[in-house]
Design a protein around this ligand. Structure first.
Ligand code: DHB
Ligand code: FE
Length: 279
């Protein structure tokens, strides 16, 4: 059977992708950001996941404001890097796992979570930047990827509680898939940031570090934090952090923290990153 072996959380700042794509990752501003991923790159080259279920949000790229699903699962054979206004990122095409994705849709929907089925979708920085951070700049991504898009752009977003429970349902789905697969779940976005309005540039290090503590040790309690607390404390885009709870819900109650990284600044965002293994 397929098994969820580990979870990864990471910010997905688009400027990180631009720094890599334009050969600027060694510059003084960016070097400390990439240094925070050195452990993880080595770790994942040893873990060799077959499939990553990559929880991210589409930033009005594939979904316009005409149609915004709360949760959407990518069931296609492949997903092209999106053109977000300055051409697609020069990164490999993302190869999916249609059989596992369809199985997850079947299992999770019958388990009372409504997922939108997506059979064609371009993937934006929310999905490709985390891949670049963990895998660098390969010719082809070394694993299959199932995109799981969460709406945190158009209000109302799903609650942390629902995200955590969806993670639980994801785990039941993966563990009932009749194929030997090493599966990881990644949660992306955050940490504190606000891109617009009078509070643009907001960073809250105390909130972020408390979140990093609690998502490892007391995720059940953390999942009860209402969405308005994220917006108030971590900024309007800080709400992206609820996606980390899907990753955490898919893991054991007890996990081993292999790596923790926090860095400010990266563009407008506090970068946070965790590597968690199922004990
Ligand atoms: C930034 C961060 C994001 O998560 C995002 O989606 C867009 C921009 C930023 O810090 O600039
Ligand atoms: Fe974002």
């Amino acid at each position: 059977m397929a098994r969820i072996t580990a979870g990864v959380a990471t910010s997905h700042v688009p400027a990180i992708g631009a720094a890599l794509d334009n050969g600027k990752s060694g510059e003084p501003y960016w070097a400390p950001v990439f240094a925070g991923y050195e452990f993880s790159k080595k770790w994942i080259s040893e873990q060799k996941p077959d499939v990553v279920i990559l929880v991210y949000n589409d930033h009005a790229t594939a979904f316009s404001l005409d149609m915004v699903p709360t949760f959407a699962i990518g069931c296609a054979e492949e997903f092209q890097p999106a053109d977000e206004g300055w051409g697609p990122r020069p990164v490999p095409v993302v190869k999916g796992h249609p059989q596992l994705a369809s199985h997850i849709a079947q299992s999770v929907i019958q388990d009372d979570f409504d997922l939108t089925i997506v059979n064609k979708m371009d993937v934006d920085h929310g999905l490709t930047v985390p891949l670049s951070l963990l895998f660098g700049q390969p010719e082809a991504w070394p694993c299959l990827v199932i995109p799981l898009a969460v709406n945190v752009v158009l209000y109302p977003p799903p609650s942390g509680r629902r995200c955590y429970e969806l993670g639980r349902a994801l785990r039941r789905a993966v563990e009932s898939f009749d194929q030997e697969l090493n599966v990881q779940v990644w949660g992306t976005g955050g940490m504190s940031h606000q891109l617009q309005g009078p509070r643009a540039g907001l960073i809250n290090k105390a909130f972020d570090n408390d979140f990093l503590d609690r998502i490892v040790d007391s995720p059940e309690e953390l999942s009860r934090v209402p969405h308005i607390d994220y917006v108030r404390e971590a900024g309007s885009e800080g709400i992206e952090l609820v996606m980390w709870l899907i990753m955490r819900g898919a893991l054991n109650d007890d996990v081993t923290q292999r790596h923790r990284f926090y860095h400010v600044p990266a563009s407008n965002t506090a970068v946070g990153h965790l590597v968690l293994e199922n004990s």
